[in-house]
Design a protein. Structure first.
Length: 186
């Protein structure tokens, strides 16, 4: 292990602590926002993933994205169906396969929540200049590279490619997870 000065170690500890505090506060605020819409975080993540995917998906695919076990995912979908935000159908090719997709009301709710979040984010950054935003973006990309590089044991061009792939996750987590699972099996 590399020897680090006390000053540098303290700065890094402060950054780590600040990042953890930020995640905790952001998670708490997000959870409170969802409560106003009578949603839990797993329900919103499932509904949001389905909305982004833009076509029916299997319960297995949704379970892989939301990181819940199948019985828990079934309960989440049951509640979303009762709220008329999601609907279930059977696959035409294999009647044993359950497909889920958002209803128009589910899509509208995800859009409304995402719009609320974006308005709050824009307001939150009003005191930062464009140069400050660029610097913050650069620092966060550095932290993303650091963590993703360790998690996936990647570096250089492979790491840059995986960061680009991660953008696919943000815009369609179900599609991204299918690709990731396919690459693991090859």
């Amino acid at each position: 292990m590399t020897t680090v000065s006390r000053y540098r170690a303290e700065r890094i500890r402060t950054l780590k602590d600040s990042f953890h505090a930020l995640m905790w506060i952001a998670t708490r605020q997000f959870s409170q926002r969802l409560q106003r819409h009578n949603l839990t975080m797993p329900q919103f993540f499932a509904l949001s993933a389905l909305t982004a995917h833009e076509r029916p998906c299997t319960m297995r695919d949704l379970t892989n994205v939301i990181l819940q076990d199948p019985p828990t995912m079934t309960g989440i979908i049951d509640r979303l169906v009762r709220m008329e935000l999601v609907e279930r159908t059977r696959s035409e090719a294999d009647r044993r396969v359950v497909l889920v997709q958002p209803t128009p009301a589910g899509i509208e709710l995800v859009t409304r929540i995402n719009d609320e979040i974006m308005r709050d984010e824009v307001t939150g950054y009003t005191d930062l200049s464009d140069d400050d935003l660029i610097a913050l973006e650069s620092l966060l990309r550095f932290k993303l590279r650091m963590h993703l590089g360790r998690y996936k044991s990647l570096q250089d061009e492979d790491l840059d490619a995986e960061i680009e792939n991660l953008q696919r996750f943000i815009h369609d987590p179900i599609y991204y997870t299918k690709l990731e699972n396919k690459s693991k099996s090859n």
